[in-house]
Design a protein around this ligand. Structure first.
Ligand code: MN
Length: 316
């Protein structure tokens, strides 16, 4: 963290007054939104940008914060000194970021081999449950205003999946953030954990109906195929199963995307499994040990079979 702090201060020092863009990943989630919001306030001449659209939780929080953002595809990189990216480590979820001068990267994902975003100041802590927590630590809760503290607390709740993971430090910082925000936990929970719409809930129920199960070595694995909301289906399935792999066919790209989740008691790194599965078909994969994803240009059933095969091989 010390080195990260040094790099963060150097980034601030060099770019504080420059015209920069703070950007998060495609389908920006609560952690990406709160991180971009709080970081952008440290750079008074910055604007916030995301590629395409946000996810539902990200949308709700950004509305609450009154966050203004631009589509990355619509910005002209020549008009800015550079890009600072948050909550993202590879270009897979930031295609439009290619060719930009990336001056900073603040993130909590494992650095991938392929498609890696390289920045002048790289501030990465793959052991940290959220980018929000990295920022709370780097900026210091005492230097945040109540809106910043509220926003980051939402990121803590969201990226720990309501504290399914987290460290002692996570809880210490969260208590400080709540105090600083002047809010009760339940008020923050409303924005930190987005209640899915009926539509999404129906998709989740559908995912359960189509689920197939495998018991291997005492571990219950569930797979399913859905038309959308694969990460919500995957998260819901793993409330019951020990591991879930949910595939979606993306017709435009002629590829399968898989979202996977793992129960806390299992110590098999899903990000490695997803990377291996996707790369075996020439695709990309990665993420976190308990929540990961991957995509490759093969049929959903083929990709799911590969994920399960690799997963089971790690259980032996
Ligand atoms: Mn995150």
């Amino acid at each position: 963290m010390q080195d990260n702090k040094k790099r963060f201060l150097a980034l601030l020092e060099e770019y504080k007054d420059k015209k920069i863009v703070v950007a998060g990943h495609r389908n920006a989630d609560i952690d990406a939104v709160c991180s971009a919001y709080v970081l952008s306030k440290r750079f008074p001449n910055s604007i916030i940008s995301f590629p395409e659209k946000m996810d539902e939780g990200g949308k709700k929080l950004s509305k609450k914060l009154g966050l203004k953002w631009f589509k990355l595809e619509e910005l002209k990189k020549e008009e800015f000194e550079g890009l600072v990216v948050v909550d993202i480590t590879s270009y897979t979820l930031l295609e439009g970021g290619k060719g930009w001068n990336v001056v900073g990267l603040i993130d909590h994902h494992h650095r991938p081999e392929k498609n890696k975003i390289e920045a002048i100041y790289e501030i990465v802590d793959a052991d940290c449950p959220s980018t929000a927590e990295i920022l709370a630590e780097l900026i210091g809760v005492e230097n945040l205003d109540s809106d910043d503290a509220f926003a980051l607390a939402c990121g803590f709740i969201s990226d720990t999946a309501r504290f399914k993971n987290g460290k002692t430090r996570t809880f210490e910082l969260l208590a400080q953030l709540l105090r600083k925000a002047g809010r009760e936990y339940l008020e923050v929970l409303e924005f930190g954990e987005h209640e899915p719409s009926i539509d999404v809930k129906l998709k989740i129920m559908d995912g359960f109906k189509r689920a197939r199960t495998i018991v291997y070595s005492g571990v219950l694995i569930a797979t399913s195929v859905c038309e959308s909301n694969e990460s919500s289906v995957s998260s819901a399935l793993v409330d019951v199963a020990d591991a879930a792999f949910v595939a979606k066919w993306v017709a435009d790209e002629k590829e399968t995307r898989v979202s996977s989740r793992l129960k806390k008691h299992l110590d098999v790194p899903l990000n490695d499994i997803m990377r291996e599965a996707a790369e075996s078909f020439g695709g990309n994969g990665g993420g976190h040990p308990k929540a990961a994803g991957g995509s490759a240009k093969v049929e959903p059933s083929v990709m799911l079979e590969k994920c399960v095969e690799i997963f089971c091989s790690k259980l032996d």
